[in-house]
Design a protein around this ligand. Structure first.
Ligand code: HEC
Ligand code: HEC
Ligand code: HEC
Ligand code: HEC
Ligand code: HEC
Length: 206
């Protein structure tokens, strides 16, 4: 049996927390909304985004340890990024290439690694929570970008320092277009159409 929450302590604590959080949440919304309503021409900057989204994952997988401290290449786990639309999340058996040897230091780490071993044994994949996601009507392909040497970091930030992955950039249309325009300005009109990053609607919507 798990820990039983005390019947009076937890609701009252929740209520206290909500009392504090509610006006703050409303205030911060208003601070954004009011300028947007008063000055519609800045509304482009008021698009709601998930920038900063940092969900808790079923296993505390740390990029800071793997990609930072131990310098494991992004490509070792996300090998789709250079050749296809999706970068891909590695299956649990890839983790076991190392974790049959490395058992973990902390109790939490060992419990997490037991879950990874379970996933391999049962064939039930780990249910990672998706962090970066575009709406279905926008098309994005990793391969085009990675093959043109756009670094992972330009769009995902310094992932190798993150103990938990967050959405670093807004991923809005204007964010995509800003980089495409800057790229084209940099490489110049004489580079040939095939090297330009398209700003045609049909490149990203069809
Ligand atoms: C040892 C394997 C491994 C390595 C190496 C690795 N990753 Fe990951 N990556 C994962 C796993 C597992 C997840 C899913 C869990 C999570 O989000 O933390 C993930 C998630 C991500 C996500 C978020 C995916 C989403 O849901 O939007 C990004 C972005 C990412 N990795 C980028 C990188 C970059 C950039 C590097 C290199 C600097 C890298 N990863 C190196 C295993 C790895
Ligand atoms: C190339 C080798 C390698 C691969 C592949 C790898 N890891 Fe690791 N992992 C390590 C190393 C090294 C450590 C650090 C161990 C230490 O410091 O004792 C570690 C640590 C961990 C820890 C923390 C353990 C603790 O005690 O805090 C977890 C959890 C973990 N890895 C999960 C994963 C998952 C999930 C995957 C697959 C997506 C994965 N690892 C793939 C090498 C790897
Ligand atoms: C030009 C920007 C850009 C670059 C460069 C980029 N990504 Fe992404 N990445 C995105 C966007 C946008 C999404 C969300 C895509 C969607 O929802 O269709 C994403 C999603 C992901 C995901 C989760 C979903 C998936 O595709 O499987 C992972 C993992 C990931 N990226 C890793 C990487 C790695 C590793 C690199 C470098 C090798 C990289 N990305 C380079 C923009 C980028
Ligand atoms: C950091 C810069 C950068 C960002 C951000 C970026 N792109 Fe790109 N994108 C490029 C470059 C550079 C190319 C040109 C690739 C080539 O053809 O060499 C490109 C090419 C493309 C292409 C292929 C069509 C073409 O122009 O050749 C599509 C589609 C595309 N990007 C969609 C997106 C979407 C959707 C987003 C936002 C979610 C996005 N890009 C964000 C740099 C970027
Ligand atoms: C480089 C890629 C790219 C190009 C080019 C592009 N879009 Fe988008 N567009 C996106 C992305 C990504 C989103 C989703 C952004 C979000 O959800 O915040 C989007 C969202 C939209 C939306 C939904 C409303 C909104 O603003 O979120 C409309 C409508 C739209 N685009 C129309 C267009 C039209 C019309 C063109 C041509 C003038 C165009 N797009 C060119 C990437 C692009």
């Amino acid at each position: 049996m798990g820990r039983i929450p005390s019947p009076e302590a937890s609701p009252s604590r929740q209520a206290r927390e909500q009392e504090g959080a509610w006006p703050k949440a409303v205030l911060s919304r208003l601070l954004v909304l009011v300028p947007c309503l008063l000055f519609p021409w800045v509304a482009a900057g008021c698009e709601p985004t998930n920038q900063g989204y940092e969900p808790v994952q079923p296993i505390e997988f740390s990029h800071a340890i793997h990609a930072g401290q131990f310098s494991i290449n992004c490509d070792y786990c996300h090998d789709g990024a250079s050749r296809s639309r999706h970068a891909g999340i590695p299956p649990a058996d890839r983790c076991m290439n190392c974790h049959t040897q490395i058992q973990g230091r902390s109790p939490r780490g060992r419990a997490d690694l037991a879950k990874v071993a379970d996933a391999v044994r049962t064939g039930r994949p780990i249910r990672w929570v998706r962090v970066n996601r575009l709406p279905d009507f926008a098309y994005f392909d990793h391969g085009w970008h990675v093959r043109s040497n756009v670094a992972c970091e330009s769009c995902h930030g310094p992932v190798q320092t993150m103990a938990r992955v967050r959405q670093e950039q807004p991923l809005t249309m204007s964010w995509c277009l800003d980089c495409h325009r800057q790229t084209n300005a940099r490489i110049g009109a004489d580079a040939g159409v095939d090297r330009l990053a398209s700003t045609d609607c049909s490149a990203c919507h069809y």
